[in-house]
Design a protein around this ligand. Structure first.
Ligand SMILES: [Zn+2]
Ligand SMILES: [Zn+2]
Length: 338
C-alpha cells in the first residue's frame, strides 16, 4: 500500500484514553483497510513478528519506535499504552516470562490466547464511538466497571472463548474496514450486547475501597500508601490460592463474611482466575484491609493463619505492615491489644 513507507502513515490517529497498545495497533491496521497481519508485515517485515508474544506486556523497542515514528505520538505516549507503564505501581519486578503481579495471563499458545487475560465492559464497548480495549481491563483487581458499576466480562458469554480481537479479521476478506474490535474473534457475536450483570459487594465500605483503587489506577493517581496496599493485597491472594493445608484463610473469611465458597484452583493464582472468583477473593481481601490489625488477629485466633505466613516469601514488605504483623510474632505470650 502506497503511503505506508513514508514516515507518517496516511492515517495516524493517537491512542484513545487508557487504550491498550494492541487495540490501537489493530485499529490503525483496519483504518488502512488491511488485516492486522498484512499491515504488520508491510511495516515491520516478515522477520519481526508482532503477535507471537503478549505485545501489551512485552512490546519490543522496534515496535514502540515504529509506532511513534509512523503516528507522530511521543515515545512516552506509546509506552503509556503498554502494561510496562504499571511497573512500580501494580507490579514491581519486571519479568520477561511467568506471571506479573496483578497482570492477567493471556496464556499465549501458538498465537492463540488460552487464558482469559483481557476483560471488557459491554456498556463501555456499546457507548464507544470507536470500540476499543482499555489497559486497565488487563488488571486482575479490576472486576467492576467504574463508570457503569457492572461486572467486567472476561470471556464471550456465547461461545466461552477469551477476547482476542487481533484475530477478528481472520474470518474476513482482504479489506476489513468494517471489522470491529467488539466482535468475538471466535463466534463473531457483538460483545457489547453481552448481558450486563450489576456488581454487588459485601458492604459499601468494601465497594468504596475497591472502587477507589480501580478509579485511581485509571487516572494515574494512586499514591504510595495505595501502592503499598496493592502489594499487601497481592500477598493475601497468595495465601488464598495456596496448597498449604495449614492456611485456611479463604474458608475463614468466607465464613466470617457469610458468603459461599467458590472452589479455587489452588495450582492457579489470582492472575489466572476467572472474574467471578477474583471478585469474591477481592471482597475478602478488602474486608481484611479495612481493619488489618483486628481482622488478622481474628484470623490468627481462629487458627486460619500463622504469623510466619504473613511474612514468608513477602519481599518488599511495607514498613507499616511489618509493624502491624509484628504484634503477632509471639502472640501466645503477649497481649494482642497493645
Ligand atoms: Zn463500562
Ligand atoms: Zn464468542
Amino acid at each position: 500500500m502506497r503511503g505506508l513507507t513514508s514516515p507518517l502513515w496516511p492515517i495516524h490517529f493517537k491512542p484513545l484514553p487508557d487504550e491498550l497498545l494492541s487495540s490501537w495497533l489493530v485499529r490503525l491496521a483496519h483504518s488502512h483497510g488491511l488485516k492486522v497481519q498484512t499491515f504488520c508485515n508491510l511495516i515491520f517485515g516478515n522477520r519481526l513478528q508482532v503477535w507471537n508474544r503478549d505485545i501489551d506486556r512485552l512490546a519490543p523497542d522496534w515496535l514502540i519506535r515504529g509506532l511513534s515514528d509512523r503516528t507522530g505520538a511521543a515515545i512516552d505516549q506509546v509506552m503509556d499504552t503498554t502494561l510496562q507503564s504499571y511497573q512500580g505501581i501494580v507490579y514491581h519486578r519486571h519479568r520477561a516470562s511467568g506471571t506479573l503481579s496483578w497482570i492477567q495471563s493471556l496464556r499465549l499458545h501458538h498465537r492463540k490466547f488460552e487464558g482469559f487475560g483481557l476483560q471488557f465492559c459491554p456498556e463501555c464497548l456499546a457507548q464507544d464511538k470507536e470500540p476499543y480495549f482499555r489497559k486497565s481491563w488487563r488488571v486482575a483487581f479490576n472486576t467492576v466497571c467504574t463508570i457503569h458499576n457492572c461486572m467486567l466480562n472476561d470471556r464471550c458469554p456465547y461461545c466461552g472463548h477469551g477476547v482476542a480481537f487481533h484475530r477478528n479479521d481472520m474470518r474476513r476478506n482482504q479489506y476489513v474496514t468494517t471489522v470491529s474490535l467488539k466482535e468475538c474473534h471466535y463466534c463473531g457475536i457483538d460483545l457489547s450486547k453481552s448481558p450486563t450483570i450489576r456488581a454487588s459487594h459485601a458492604s459499601s465500605d468494601v465497594s468504596i475501597f475497591l472502587g477507589n483503587l480501580s478509579r485511581k489506577l485509571q487516572d494515574g493517581s494512586l499514591d504510595q500508601s495505595e501502592i503499598d496496599n496493592l502489594l499487601i493485597m497481592h500477598h493475601f491472594t497468595k495465601l488464598i490460592f495456596t496448597s498449604n493445608p495449614t492456611v485456611k484463610l479463604y474458608s475463614h473469611l468466607c465464613n466470617i463474611m457469610d458468603v459461599d465458597e467458590i472452589a479455587l484452583d489452588i495450582k492457579a493464582d489470582i492472575e489466572g482466575a476467572g472474574v467471578e472468583t477474583r471478585h469474591l477473593v477481592l471482597q475478602l481481601i478488602a474486608y481484611l484491609m479495612l481493619d488489618l490489625g483486628s481482622s488478622l488477629r481474628e484470623a490468627i485466633e481462629a487458627k486460619a493463619i500463622r504469623y510466619n505466613h504473613l511474612k514468608r516469601d513477602f519481599n518488599d514488605m511495607p514498613s507499616w505492615y511489618m509493624v502491624v504483623i509484628g504484634r503477632f510474632s509471639n502472640w501466645r505470650t503477649r497481649n494482642l491489644f497493645i
